[in-house]
Design a protein around this ligand. Structure first.
Ligand code: KG4
Ligand code: ZN
Length: 331
């Protein structure tokens, strides 16, 4: 089963060819550089950029895979959650391709994509499939969800952020420290030279599995203002202290979820899962195997949509009628 998959929910235009939900045949991702100037994503600009990029990137994905459109078995695209204009561009483009080539179209939940990124491999040697049930932490620019995956496509929400997403907190602190957008990778880089114990920062105490990051963000803002007034902001120390605070909270709740449910594995997904400090914090708290996609499969890409689409098709056995939903939840 060979699927051509399209991801346009936010600011990455991704198209991939994926076999049997696991093997990446090609995976082209174009990040929209336009947003670096504005320091954040402007939805209309993002939608227009997807429209402009999609044809070329789709062609590239097919070329790299060495296949023509009629040689694939289905076309998939993200239908939510995400920016509605962006979702519409990718979903309509995918539906158009499917219609023209007489192929089934599969609408995919972006969050399922982040989960199923853990099933992907490149090259000739398949990685072992992650074992379920699993506890899954999805941490991205828009989401911080702790989920129990009871089986394929069977998800039970455990907790989520009540305010900012983890990636959003990284991005806001990154901007505050003058590190540009997106803030996550930049904070991780400069934090390597910083002291994570330099500044005490709050860890919000909430119900077992929910997160809150807006208090932490405000505390960093206040700290930076105080340091500025003193004349110098030790950026590496602030970044390291912030990263320590946020990764500890994420890790503690993930580890608690793993301890309190009978699961085989802990899976991570979403852009923030690329963060090595987060992985280390989680790994040292759990006895389970920890699975994390390689960094370029943690951030948004088409391959993860191709992986999730395979399991949708296997599950439903037919094409899935879809309309775009910006606030789509994990089933
Ligand atoms: O999954 P993703 O590409 O897009 C969404 O679905 O939102 O995640 C993007 C987010 C951004 O907030 C970015 O700052 C964050 O992931 N991110 C990281 C790292 N790489 C990306 N955060 C922390 N450490 C990283 N290495
Ligand atoms: Zn994402």
């Amino acid at each position: 089963m060979r699927i051509l998959a399209i991801e346009t929910s936010c600011d990455e235009t991704g198209v991939a060819v994926v076999d049997d939900g696991r093997h990446i045949v090609s995976n082209i991702v174009a990040s929209q550089l336009a947003h670096q100037d504005t320091g954040g994503i402007v939805p209309e600009v993002a939608a227009r950029e997807h429209l402009r990029a999609l044809d070329g990137i789709t062609q590239q994905a097919l070329n790299v895979a060495g296949v023509e459109l009629r040689a694939v078995d289905a076309v998939a695209a993200t239908v939510g959650p995400g920016l509605v204009g962006c979702l519409l561009v990718g979903a309509n483009y995918g539906r158009g391709l499917a219609l023209a080539a007489g192929l089934p179209f599969i609408g995919v939940n972006h969050l399922e994509g982040h989960v199923y990124a853990n099933w992907l491999y490149e090259g000739d040697a398949p990685t072992p499939e992650p074992e379920v049930p699993a506890v899954v932490l999805i941490v991205s620019g828009a989401h911080s969800d702790l989920v129990l995956m009871e089986g394929h496509r069977r998800f039970r929400p455990l907790g989520r952020t009540i305010d900012d997403a983890a990636g959003e907190a990284f991005d806001k602190v990154g901007r505050l420290l003058g590190l540009g957008f997106p803030g996550g990778p930049a904070i991780e880089r400069v934090a390597r030279d910083g002291d994570p114990a330099a500044f005490p920062l709050p860890r919000a105490a909430l119900s077992a599995y929910d997160f809150s990051f807006s208090g932490l963000k405000t505390a960093v803002l206040r700290l930076v203002r105080v340091l500025e007034a003193k004349g110098e902001v030790p950026v590496a120390d602030v970044a390291a202290s912030f990263q320590k605070a946020i990764t500890e909270v994420l890790a503690e709740k993930t580890a608690r979820a793993a301890a309190e449910h009978a699961v085989e594995t802990v899976l991570l997904g979403g852009g923030v899962a690329a963060n090595l400090a987060l992985r280390a914090e989680i790994q040292k708290r759990i006895g389970h195997p920890l699975r994390v996609p390689p960094p370029r499969l943690c951030t948004d890409n088409g391959a993860m949509i191709g992986a999730a689409a395979f399991f949708v098709l296997r599950d439903r056995g037919t094409e899935v009628p879809v309309s775009v939903r910006s606030d789509m939840k994990l089933a």
